[in-house]
Design a protein around this ligand. Structure first.
Ligand code: CA
Length: 344
């Protein structure tokens, strides 16, 4: 570009000089006596030739400049294209890296879970998975426990609610699984880990051997959500009828589990409640029945509309008295636990 500019400057100077020479000659001609006809025409012809030469030179330079500009634009376009290709390659590499990383994580998880539970690093629940950086809610598997002789256990982790790390022990949200079951089924657990389920009293006992928090998330048929949390929650073993101990309520649903504190678990075939009535039979579920309920989270699932027809009948719906009274059956419930010392 500098070369071209210099050429243009030289050309301009040449044109100026030429113009000056022509003006001087004209002045001379005016001063001198009138030249002969032949001399005049020779000078004009010579000047015309010089002007023509300069014009052609100028045109040539303009063409060259245009060509250079075109080359430059093409170079810029080429560079842009190269940069885009480079960017695409980087994106592709990043996606491959992320895929490999995912596979490595899954392998690490499998290794961690298949390792014997002798080290302090062993996986016991969703909180320990969370601390190992598994922060996505969903289904996980706890390894079989050689010491306790328990098989591999599928669990569902809530890694989002109030800091995550929750092992879900119960869910009501679909309504197709009956919760009116016997002692053995409540002991082992039933249902589908991605749908409605009870994790099993033996599993809940094991999970709450460490100081635990219980959280109950609820939703009504109007779409409103509320929760109840207990800073202390534990369940005894089978010999002690999975007796419930809890304390330190907080939340916005009200405390409808306190009434069930210090009671044994009852099912349709085992009446361990504190009543002459058979609460499990009346409320159609397995629960820590007192005489009988202030809540009935394992009750009958009533669909929208039907839950209102349940009014003043057996109060056997999924109830939480301190929020919706003894007859309103909730749309969704999730009970979940995590260690008291959990840190997100
Ligand atoms: Ca009874």
């Amino acid at each position: 570009m500098a070369k071209i500019n210099l050429s243009i400057v030289v050309l301009e100077v040449a044109l100026l000089l030429l113009a000056e020479t022509w003006a001087q000659n004209l002045r001379k001609r005016q001063a001198l006596p009138k030249p002969s006809k032949g001399q005049c025409c020779d000078e004009v012809r010579s000047l015309k030739v010089q002007v023509a030469n300069l014009t052609s030179l100028f045109e040539e330079l303009s063409r060259k400049q245009e060509t250079d500009m075109k080359k430059l634009v093409k170079q810029i376009l080429d560079l842009d294209q190269q940069s885009q290709q480079q960017e695409a390659r980087v994106t592709e590499a990043e996606s491959k890296y992320s895929e490999i990383n995912n596979r490595v994580e899954i392998m690490q998880l499998q290794t961690a879970q298949s390792a014997p539970k002798t080290s302090s690093e062993a996986t016991y629940d969703c909180a320990s998975l969370y601390s190992k950086n598994y922060k996505i809610s969903g289904e996980y598997k706890l390894p079989k426990d050689e010491f306790l002789g328990t098989p591999e256990l599928p669990i569902f982790c809530d890694m989002e609610t109030n800091g995550g790390g929750w092992t879900v022990i119960q869910r009501r949200s679909v309504g197709l699984t009956s919760f009116n079951r016997d002692w053995k089924q409540y002991k082992q657990g039933f249902g589908s880990i991605r749908g409605d389920f009870w994790l099993g009293n033996d599993n809940i006992f094991r999970l709450t051997r460490q100081p635990s928090t219980l959280r109950i998330d609820m939703e009504d048929w109007e779409g409103e959500k509320r929760y109840a949390e207990y800073g202390f929650f534990t369940v005894s073993n089978e010999l002690n009828s999975y007796k419930l101990f809890l304390a330190n309520y907080s939340g916005n649903a009200g405390d409808s589990l306190r009434y069930h504190n210090n009671t044994n678990f009852s099912t349709m075939n085992k009446d361990n409640d504190k009543c002459l009535d058979d609460c499990a039979a009346r409320r159609k579920g397995g629960y820590w029945y007192n005489c009988c309920t202030d809540s009935n989270l394992n009750g009958v699932y009533y669909r929208y509309g039907d839950h209102i027809k349940n009014q003043d009948k057996n109060q056997d719906g999924i109830t939480w008295y301190s929020w919706h009274g003894p007859t309103y059956s909730l749309k969704k419930v999730e009970m979940k636990v995590r260690p008291v010392n959990f840190q997100s």
